[in-house]
Design a protein around this ligand. Sequence first.
Ligand code: ADP
Ligand code: MG
Length: 447
Amino acid sequence: MPNSDFNVVSPVAPTSIAPRADQEILNVKGVSRGFKKSQGDLLVLDDVNLSLREGEIVGLLGRSGSGKSTLLRIIAGLIEPTTGDVTYKGKPLEGPADGVAMVFQTFALFPWLTVLQNVEAGLEAQGVSAAPRRARALAAIDLIGLDGFENAYPRELSGGMRQRVGFARALVVDPTLLLMDEPFSALDVLTAENLRTDLLDLWTQGKMPIKSVLIVTHNIEEAVFMCDRIMVLSSNPGRVIAEIQVPFKHPRNRLDTAFRSLVDEIYAKMTARQSGEATKQTLEFGSRLPHVSTNLLAGLIETLAAAPYNGRADMPVIARSLHLEVDDLFPIAEMLQHLGFAELREGDIYLTPSAHVFADLGTHERKMMFAEHLLKHVPLAARIKKVLNERPGHRAPRVRFEQELEDFLTDGAAEDTLDSVINWGRYGEVFSYNDQTELFSLEDVES
Ligand code: ADP
Ligand code: MG
């Protein structure tokens, strides 16, 4: 797919791009970043250190909300750290640096421009004149496997092809450092794998002028598939909790035993760390609640209660069998733990005795049991119920709780958290909620 006789973008012969592990391109030292909230700062990144050297692809792996995009924006010079330093090629970073390009999860392409014009747009901003601009844009388009689509408009392209235009737009500026923020996560499985493989081919064949790549992902397999080194970030706040060397040569085979066991090892590291924190950490009123449906919660309990698991499973094994990414499984498993239905220990999930009881109940009894656990373990649910009980009309507007939550969480997180508790509360018939009037009430609730 990528054109093999390409040689315009890269001024250097492929052989001269051999890894030079001694050459540091980027250094992040003691970086912390907080965001102001009315109840003090929300600390998102805490004392992050990392170094990128020439010739390597480094992965930044963490769950959503762990601060990966924030860190990438700091490195791109788009926002400043609260404390700490970033140096790029030995100099302190002051705003976006030349030679650093970014690829996003989805690109805002100009709909009224063709593929070629979209790719050229990046160079126009740099003041490159028309002829070399066109030549370089065409070369980047060729390189990324878009030849033949030069005159197409974005609306005529599939999601995968549009993402390729985004890559071409990043590559056309001849970046030294390529930053990628979950660049494959909006694509279907096959399209994503094609694009990953094409990029890795270009990288290993030295066809891109790029010296170093930093890729953000929440997908463990993707990190092991692509990276030479993986930095694992914890959540709340984001800290580097592990640095893992990936010793495999490209192309890598996801089915290799060694590949699989590295994926499992990282899974265990991430769960061990997260559950270690979770056991100490009971939910508080202002805790952010994940968006997990009661169907998923009940479904995971049922799956785990039945053979072959019989109440215990390896997290990577159960994730794979349910086709879930780490970002999908962790919140479900952790929510089960918060609700007293499971315990997470060193990469394993165990059902509690209550969960075994739950699995054997009928629909109505399940709802009652769920309600009991919800009120006992989720303070926000208990608070809503209490307010409704105390008010004469047994009603309260959503905005009241949203405002209380916003003292602890960002606006978006407060809304998501409230949406989650609404779903669970409805299922357990703890309260009802009217989407039109945005009112909580105790109507139609059995007490
Ligand atoms: P990730 O990319 O790992 O999913 P982000 O870096 O996007 O994580 O976000 C980490 C946390 O920082 C989240 O809780 C998010 O709500 C918060 N956050 C990010 N940007 C801002 C901002 N501009 N203002 C307030 N909070 C923010
Ligand atoms: Mg992100």
